[in-house]
Design a protein around this ligand. Structure first.
Ligand code: GLY
Length: 331
């Protein structure tokens, strides 16, 4: 079984967790396993989990948590590591540009009190996650877009930066030779960074940061900065975040769906599988795009699932920072 190690957690029955009736009856019967309902990945908190192989980001978030800081601080600092990594071509500096050669960034952050802040179509600023936090904490609004978001960031002391690196410019110039536009599964084996953390008090926050689809149309905004799609946190229940083709996550409000499924008693794993099932059921074209979800509940249990092979998560808990391949639907 190419997936994380499940540990039998007998005490779960005392929490009344049951398999429930799946909304998605898969031909592959991925949701009906009674065994699965009794198998839960156990974890103590604090804990941080992120999409893809981003060990340096989770290490930074873990360090912040170990210092006794909030999940919110851990999320911001953890996401900033990947945003500053010029070699990552899907987040922050070095992100692949849109069709016109402009790097535009989307990000959001949500705290344990239900506060939320986001920036969309932000240019020339390396750390959209931090600007999103400032939107949340320093304005009466929840989303700032484009020039307004950039002006706000500059007013808060963020420095203007050219986000288009030589490598991304070269990739864009190569792309322009054919200008073919279609989503590429697991592009660079790394897409949006979504991160969830639970601190020592058991409070949950999350963040999501991306340069969006490579070579997208100018003005395109994906799921990542949109509350309920790319990220959702309800501190009574848990949180979820997404990576992959944002249009499909938006159409099914994936992260909110996962949190609501956990509210109904599903484990994080069952909820992620159900949300992927919702996309598959509604879109016969699912073979041509990737979506991956991660989820975390109030007990520090996690789940993750994607449509295709290649998705992975990085989890830091119990002093161990691990990159773990995700199970997936299309076998
Ligand atoms: N998931 C990132 C995007 O579609 O923009």
């Amino acid at each position: 079984m190419k997936r994380r190690k499940f540990i039998q957690n007998a005490s779960l029955s005392t929490f009344g967790i049951a398999a429930g009736t799946s909304l998605f009856a898969s031909k592959k019967n991925i949701f009906s396993s009674e065994e699965k309902s009794a198998q839960i990945e156990t974890a103590n908190f604090p804990l941080v989990i992120a999409t893809w192989n981003v060990k340096e980001s989770t290490a930074e978030a873990w360090r912040v948590l170990q210092d006794g800081n909030s999940a919110l601080d851990a999320i911001e600092k953890g996401c900033m590591v990947e945003e500053a990594n010029a070699e990552g071509q899907s987040v922050g500096i070095g992100g692949l540009p849109d069709r016109d050669g402009n790097v535009t960034l989307d990000a959001c952050i949500m705290d344990s009190k239900g506060n939320y802040g986001a920036v969309v179509y932000l240019q020339n600023i390396t750390h959209p996650i931090s600007v999103a936090r400032k939107v949340m904490e320093d304005t009466p609004h929840v989303i700032l877009a484009g020039k307004g978001a950039e002006q706000f960031a500059l007013s808060k002391g963020f420095k203007p930066v050219d986000l288009l690196t030589d490598a991304s410019k070269k990739a864009w110039e190569e792309w322009k030779k054919t200008s073919q536009y279609k989503p590429i599964i697991n592009i660079e084996n790394h897409d949006t960074i979504g991160m969830l953390a639970i601190d020592k008090n058991g409070d949950i926050s999350g963040g999501c940061t991306t340069s969006g689809l490579a070579y997208k149309m100018a003005g395109r905004v994906g799921d990542s900065p949109i509350i309920g799609s790319g990220l959702f946190i309800d501190n009574e229940i848990g949180g979820a975040t997404a990576t992959g083709l944002g249009e499909e996550v938006l159409k099914t409000v994936g992260s909110f769906l996962i949190v609501e499924l956990m509210r109904q008693g599903k484990t994080p794993q069952q909820a992620c599988e159900e949300a992927i099932g919702r996309i598959i059921k509604k879109n016969p074209d699912f073979k041509n795009f990737q979506v991956g979800y991660i989820a975390l509940n109030k007990k520090g249990e996690t789940g993750y699932y994607s449509i295709h092979d290649g998705f992975s998560v990085t989890k830091y808990h119990d002093g161990k920072n691990e990159n773990i391949p995700s199970d997936f639907y299309e076998k």
